[in-house]
Design a binder for this molecule. Structure first.
Ligand SMILES: Nc1ncnc2c1ncn2[C@@H]1O[C@H](COP(=O)(O)OP(=O)(O)O)[C@@H](O)[C@H]1O
Ligand SMILES: [Mg+2]
Length: 327
C-alpha cells in the first residue's frame, strides 16, 4: 500500500486562451509550474498563497477536474489521469462559494438528493446523514431550508455533501472565504473533527492565521511555484530570532526615522506601510534592543505615537517570502 495519500510530481498547467477580436492570438498562462509534494495519510496539508497563485488549478488537477499539461499525481496510489473513476470514489471536494445546493430544499433533502445521484446504498445513507449533520454541527437545522442558512452553515453543508460517500481524502478550496469570524471558527472546528476521524485533508487558503492554526504542514505557493514547504513552526524558525517592531508615526517625520535606522546592517529590514492610517514603520530585526535605542530620542508624539514589539507570526514569514520573490 502506498504510504502517501497525495503525491504530486512536477505538476504543470499552462492555459492557452484565444484572445483578440477574431480569436486569432493565443495567450499562454503558466498557472502551475513544477509542483511536487507528498501528503501523508491523516495529514492536514495547507496550500497557502495569494490570489492567482495557482491553488485552485492545483486542486482541480488533483481532483481529476483538470488535466495537467505536465507531471503526474496520485491519490492513494491511483493515477489522477489514468484512473479517474477510482480516484473519484476515494475523494471528496468542496470549492469555495460553490453552488449546487438547492436553496428551497432542507439540508436533509439536499443530502438525500445527492446520495441518490451518487447511487449510494439507501440503508447506509439513512444512517450517515444524521451523523454527517452532527459532524458539521447542523443537527438542529437539518429540517430547515438552505435559504435560511448563513454562509458558514452553507459551507458546512457543502462539507457534509462532500463526505456522503465517506471519502478518505478531502480537498477544501478556501473553505472559509466570505464567512463571518464566528462561522469561520466553527468551520475550522469541523475540519479538526475530520482530522481526528483519520481523514487526509488538503486545504487551500490565503489566510495565514488559518493555515497556522490548522495545518500540520504548509506549502507556500506564489506565481505557480512552491516557494517554501514546512511545518508552521519550522517556517517561523526560518526567520527566527527576528522581532517585529511596529511604530505608529507622524508621516512628515518618516524620513528622519528611516535615516536614523539606516546605520543598521542588512539583517534589519525597515519598511514604511503607508497603506495604513496613521502610517506605520515596520522594522524586522534580529537586534530589537539596538533599534529601540536608536529610536529612543524620538519617543514623543511629535515623531512616534505608538510602539509595539512582538515576535514574528506566520503572516510575517509569509509576507517576507512572497515579497522576496518579487525582487
Ligand atoms: N480556465 C483558465 N483559463 C485561463 N487562465 C486560467 C484559468 N484558470 C486559472 N487561470 C489562471 O491561472 C492562474 C492561477 O489561477 P488559480 O489557480 O485560480 O489561482 P488561486 O486559486 O491561487 O487564486 C491565474 O493567473 C489565473 O488567471
Ligand atoms: Mg482559488
Amino acid at each position: 500500500m502506498d504510504p502517501s495519500a497525495i503525491v504530486a510530481s512536477s505538476l504543470n498547467k499552462t492555459f492557452n486562451t484565444k484572445t483578440g477580436l477574431w480569436k486569432t492570438k493565443t495567450k499562454s498562462t503558466i498557472a502551475v509550474e513544477d509542483i511536487s509534494f507528498n501528503i501523508e495519510r491523516g495529514e492536514l496539508f495547507g496550500l497557502l498563497g495569494p490570489n492567482g497563485a495557482g491553488k485552485t488549478t492545483t486542486v482541480k488537477m488533483l481532483t481529476t477536474l483538470l488535466l495537467p499539461t505536465g507531471g503526474t499525481a496520485k491519490i492513494l496510489g491511483l493515477d489522477v489521469v489514468r484512473q479517474t473513476a477510482e480516484v473519484r470514489r476515494h475523494i471528496g471536494f468542496a470549492f469555495s462559494g460553490s453552488r449546487g445546493l438547492y436553496n428551497r430544499l432542507t439540508a436533509i433533502q439536499n443530502l438525500k438528493y445527492f446520495a441518490e445521484l451518487y447511487a449510494l446504498d439507501p440503508a447506509i445513507t439513512r444512517k450517515r446523514i444524521p451523523e454527517l449533520l452532527e459532524l458539521v454541527g447542523l443537527s438542529q437545522r437539518g429540517d430547515d431550508r438552505v435559504e435560511t442558512y448563513s454562509s458558514g452553515m452553507v459551507q458546512r453543508l457543502h462539507l457534509a455533501r462532500a463526505l456522503l460517500h465517506d471519502p478518505e481524502v478531502l480537498f477544501l478550496d478556501e473553505p472559509t472565504v466570505g464567512i463571518d469570524p464566528v462561522g469561520a471558527r466553527e468551520l475550522r472546528q469541523t475540519i479538526k473533527n475530520l482530522i481526528s476521524l483519520g481523514k487526509t485533508i488538503l486545504l487551500t487558503t490565503h489566510y495565514m492565521a488559518e493555515a497556522e492554526e490548522l495545518c500540520h504542514r504548509i506549502a507556500i505557493i506564489n506565481k505557480g511555484r512552491i516557494v517554501a514547504l514546512d511545518s508552521p513552526d519550522a517556517l517561523k524558525r526560518r526567520i527566527s530570532g527576528d522581532s517585529v517592531i511596529e511604530a505608529t508615526i507622524q508621516t512628515a517625520q518618516a524620513h528622519i526615522l528611516m535615516d536614523r535606522l539606516r546605520i543598521l546592517d542588512g539583517k534589519t529590514v525597515v519598511e514604511l506601510k503607508n497603506s495604513t492610517e496613521p502610517e506605520k514603520l515596520c522594522i524586522r530585526t534580529p537586534e530589537p534592543a539596538r533599534v529601540l535605542e536608536l529610536l529612543s530620542p524620538y519617543l514623543n508624539p511629535q515623531y512616534i505615537q505608538g510602539l509595539e514589539v512582538r515576535n514574528q507570526t506566520l503572516e510575517d514569514v509569509y509576507i517576507t517570502i512572497i515579497q522576496g520573490e518579487k525582487e
